[in-house]
Design a protein around this ligand. Structure first.
Ligand code: ZN
Length: 213
């Protein structure tokens, strides 16, 4: 049997289950999407965005990469953010990390993994910045998990530093940036309560004036 056949079989069952509930579901969805949330999460297969928060297709705009990193030079992530904020007008950007993240773990040791070392370098910087706090934790697992949280906090700040988000605020568009963390061991999502809703919560060095000022 074709190794991929399972995927198509599952797909047929999934699409049928949805149309059983709402026969016009896909017809309506094909006309437009109007998600209220942009999810920026880890690519880890154990952290599927829609399933965790019980969202149907059309309800969550998603960008995932290894270790949910938001870099000001990453044209991919920034393009997703720009489209989500300026065209879809999402109200919330949610950076979601997860405990036990392999990317975060890799950034904490001195082994070489190749190209990915460059991608994870930003997390290594966060590790260095918080090394005093992290070194006080008794086990490696606790250190990894705390760095997973700190990584989310930093990436939330990075989102708020973009001109995409700050221009939305200048226009008076309601937009909040949140940091969540997911527990692979218990399936629970936790709000890290680091929400940023306006430029006054952004450090002055990272604020941008409205265009033309
Ligand atoms: Zn991860």
């Amino acid at each position: 049997m074709n190794e991929l056949q399972e995927l198509f079989n599952n797909n047929v069952r999934w699409a049928e289950a949805i149309t059983d509930e709402d026969p016009q579901f896909f017809e309506k969805l094909a006309k437009q999407q109007s998600p209220e949330y942009l999810w920026i999460g880890c690519a880890d297969s154990r952290v599927p965005a829609n399933e965790i928060v019980g969202m149907m297709p059309g309800e969550l705009f998603v960008h995932r990469n290894i270790a949910n990193v938001v870099l000001h030079t990453d044209i991919n992530c920034l393009s997703v953010m720009q489209f989500a904020v300026e065209v879809l007008k999402v109200k919330h950007i949610i950076v979601t990390g997860h405990y036990g993240c392999g990317g975060v773990r890799a950034a904490m040791n001195n082994r070489q993994y190749g190209l990915i070392d460059c991608w994870l370098r930003n997390i290594r910087d966060i590790y260095y910045e918080h090394s005093d706090e992290l070194n006080k934790l008794p086990t490696e697992e606790e250190q990894v998990d705390r760095l997973c949280e700190l990584n989310v906090v930093h990436q939330v700040a990075h989102v708020s530093h973009t001109n995409i988000v700050q221009n939305a605020w200048h226009r008076g568009q309601p937009l909040s940036v949140h940091g969540f963390i997911y527990g692979i061991k218990d399936g629970r999502l936790k709000n890290l309560n680091v929400t940023i809703t306006g430029p006054e919560q952004v450090a002055p060095q990272y604020r941008v004036l409205p265009l033309g000022q």
